[in-house]
Design a protein around this ligand. Structure first.
Ligand code: ATP
Ligand code: MG
Length: 453
């Protein structure tokens, strides 16, 4: 079944002009200085920012050249001793420059690992400090464009940083707040990412609607059922209302694009290193190393001398020594991030086309080595987690007390929402409801600045 998609009209000038006028008149009559709000969508995979001054329209900020989003990545270069960010960081790492690459840092929020120190360029630094370094760089880039410091920063947060553990979830937000303070940000508030996406979408609709917003990112899939409409925007701008009564339900699950990459890697790449390989004693090679090598933020733990010795000792567990040699090459030459990158690229290439056969390029490991990835295989590998994601959407609608067919639109945002198998599964769960493909990477940041009060 093909998903029914609707294209998006540009931001409604009437609604935003009304909001802007109302906000301007309220700033004129108040004694407060004009508000300059910076919205930061600190994502697991990508980050984006938006700026809003004096209640005007959200303005997306350029993060890297003309790009409005950039990978949440840092590279500590041990040749020039500088810290590189975003695409530049990933490119330096993949080009083989000596140094340390950090990605998926958001996945560590709420975990004790965040406070552990790691060595970069001869200095012991915690992962929390690394997040602070990244946030400080974002703010510096924002300020270079806007020419002014924000009076207020709104940081996005997923519905759950950590599933089923409210204490660790609260700790995760606290850790992010501490990192923001360490980055020099003073007035910081948080807003749920899917709600922010809803507020951005709201500027583009011209009638009252009940919308299910799906934000399918790198680390989490979040849903919100919310009442949206131009009158609500204007009323909130007049009264400063927080819109809490318009949120009918929010739900999230800790599944996203990095989990899809991990599954694809375990299915198609890790077997080439010995995952599920049977040894001479008839038992499979112990699998922990393969799970870590398929999980971006765990890879570097496998590069320590101790971990490499442990991997070496697995030799006797293999019948086919070629596979063990490959594993050792990956560890000794530190190839696992490059391989994870190849898996992600093949997934993206495969995600939109029903009949496209892609190959996961593993040329970094052995000449001409690659693994096939068909759209069918993608569907089969990703269906179990996608079903959990879609169930979360249904639960969200049920929690809101809304029948699936009473939803006016399914609004999609976040990079992984572009996955055709996801769109099809969601459409099946909400038959007949139009799917609206929003801004994959910038919608949350824009909505964050609208969410500031
Ligand atoms: N066209 C595409 N098809 C499928 N997946 C895609 C596509 N483009 C990007 N992705 C995936 O989207 C994810 C990144 O999405 P996004 O930038 O929205 O996440 P994020 O905001 O960093 O994560 P989160 O919101 O979970 O913290 C990555 O896993 C990436 O592989
Ligand atoms: Mg996101």
């Amino acid at each position: 079944m093909r998903a029914m998609t609707v294209s998006l009209k540009p931001v409604s000038r009437t609604a935003s002009a009304a909001a802007s006028t109302a906000a301007k008149s309220s700033t004129r009559t108040s004694a407060h200085p004009p508000a300059r709000v910076l919205g930061i969508d600190f994502g697991t995979s990508n980050s984006a920012m938006a700026w809003r001054q004096d209640g005007g329209l959200a303005q997306p900020l350029k993060l890297e050249g003309d790009a409005l989003a950039m990978p949440t990545a840092l590279f500590f270069n041990s040749e020039d001793h500088r810290t590189h960010f975003g695409r530049d960081a990933v490119a330096q790492y993949l080009a083989g420059t000596e140094g340390r690459l950090m990605r998926s840092l958001k996945s560590l929020l709420g975990s004790p690992l965040l406070l552990e120190k790691t060595e970069v360029n001869g200095q012991a630094i915690s992962f929390q400090d690394i997040i602070a370094t990244f946030l400080a760089e974002l703010v510096a880039r924002a300020q270079a464009q806007t020419g002014a410091a924000p009076t207020h920063v709104v940081l996005g947060r997923p519905v759950h940083f950590v599933d089923d553990d409210p204490e660790r979830d609260a700790l995760a937000q606290h850790m992010l707040l501490q990192a923001a303070h360490a980055a020099g940000l003073k007035h910081v508030s948080f807003q749920l990412e899917p709600l922010a996406a809803a507020f951005d979408y709201e500027r583009r609709i011209d009638r009252e609607s009940v919308v299910l917003v799906a934000d399918i990112g790198g680390g989490t899939s979040d849903f919100t059922v919310v009442r949206l409409g131009p009158e609500r925007v204007a009323a909130a701008a007049r009264t400063g209302d927080d819109r809490a009564h318009d949120i009918l339900a929010t739900r999230g699950v800790h599944i996203g694009g990095t989990d899809f990459d991990q599954r694809l890697s375990l299915s198609h790449v890790m077997p080439l290193l010995g995952f599920r390989h049977t040894g001479p004693d008839g038992r499979e090679v112990p699998s922990a190393v393969f799970f870590d090598l398929a999980t971006w933020h765990l890879i570097h733990w496998r590069y320590s001398a101790k971990a490499i010795r442990e991997a070496q000792a697995l030799r006797t567990n293999y019948t086919d020594q070629t596979l063990h040699q490959r594993l050792m090459t990956v560890l000794q030459d530190r190839l696992a991030h490059a391989m994870a990158n190849s898996v992600e690229q093949a997934k993206i290439a495969c995600s939109q086309q029903a009949d496209a056969a892609q190959r996961i390029d593993l040329g970094c490991l052995a000449r001409d080595l690659s693994a096939p990835l068909s759209a069918d295989a993608l569907l089969q590998d990703l269906m179990p987690p996608l079903q959990r994601v879609v169930q979360c959407a249904l639960d969200c609608a049920a929690q809101a007390g809304v029948k699936p067919d009473a939803i006016d639109a399914l609004y999609l945002t976040g990079g992984s929402s572009a996955l055709r198998p996801f769109q099809q599964a969601l459409q099946q769960a909400f038959p007949g409801v139009p799917l609206v493909e929003g801004d994959l990477f910038g919608g949350v940041a824009a909505g964050l600045v609208y969410a500031a009060r």
